[in-house]
Design a protein. Structure first.
Length: 228
């Protein structure tokens, strides 16, 4: 006899969240370590980027993407939209890892020392990351997907706050000295491509539906006239 264990509706996306997070942690870490063993690593940096300031506190919005990543699986109960979101996340991950293998790049700036809570956050970041996995920026690619996931659900001040915070996350990849400029448009392009490739086919427009309805009505009228 099978025993059915009740599963709260709000927690149904949990397996997707765990599996996707595990895939990100495993593949991103593996890619970083594999690149660190290579000798053919490029830089891909413009000379004028040395003028970009290091802003320590922006590590807060930088790391906050992890919170939004986790919440993104639970904010919309629609199963089809959740599957599409997971597909996009995995597509961005796999393409990014392939690019890191094909075009290995290293971040070249020296990060200034930090102290206090900000220093602890950078220490945490240093334990989880390495100066590889550059272009496309996975951080930016995921940010684009999260933007597409959260934005339709918010209105008013919440929407304004979301756009402002997400824009700050986008800037933070440069001001925390995690990425060079080249990585940002590459990551954004990948995120947009993942959305476009997984969009649902557009339904017929209102005018097309109205035309079809009129044609059916005309057909029925003609049939009734013929019978008469």
């Amino acid at each position: 006899m099978r025993v059915s264990i009740p599963w709260p509706e709000a927690w149904r996306p949990l397996p997707c969240a765990v599996a996707t997070s595990a895939a990100y942690a495993a593949l991103y870490t593996l890619s970083n370590h594999v690149t660190s063993w290579r000798s053919d690593i490029g830089a891909g940096v413009f000379a004028w980027e040395h003028g970009i300031p290091f802003v320590g506190w922006t590590v807060v919005p930088y790391l906050s993407i992890c919170v939004f990543f986790a919440l993104s699986f639970f904010i919309d109960a629609d199963a089809a939209r959740l599957r599409r979101h997971v597909l996009r996340l995995l597509l961005v991950l796999f393409v990014s890892v392939l690019c890191y293998a094909a075009f290995p790049l290293r971040f070249t700036f020296e990060r200034p020392p930090t102290e206090g809570a900000i220093g602890l956050m950078f220490d945490l970041l240093g334990h989880c990351d390495m100066p590889y996995n550059r272009a496309p920026s996975l951080h930016i690619g995921v940010l684009v997907l999260l933007w597409a996931r959260f934005a339709p659900l918010l209105r008013g001040a919440w929407a304004v706050g979301l756009h402002g915070w997400f824009a700050l996350i986008g800037v933070s990849v440069l001001t925390t000295y995690q990425h060079h400029v080249l990585d940002v448009p590459a990551g954004a392009a990948l995120g947009i491509a993942a959305i476009v490739l997984t969009m649902r086919p557009r339904r017929a427009t209102h005018s097309t539906r109205a035309s079809s309805t009129a044609q059916r009505a005309a057909g029925r009228a003609a049939g009734e006239t013929a019978r008469a």
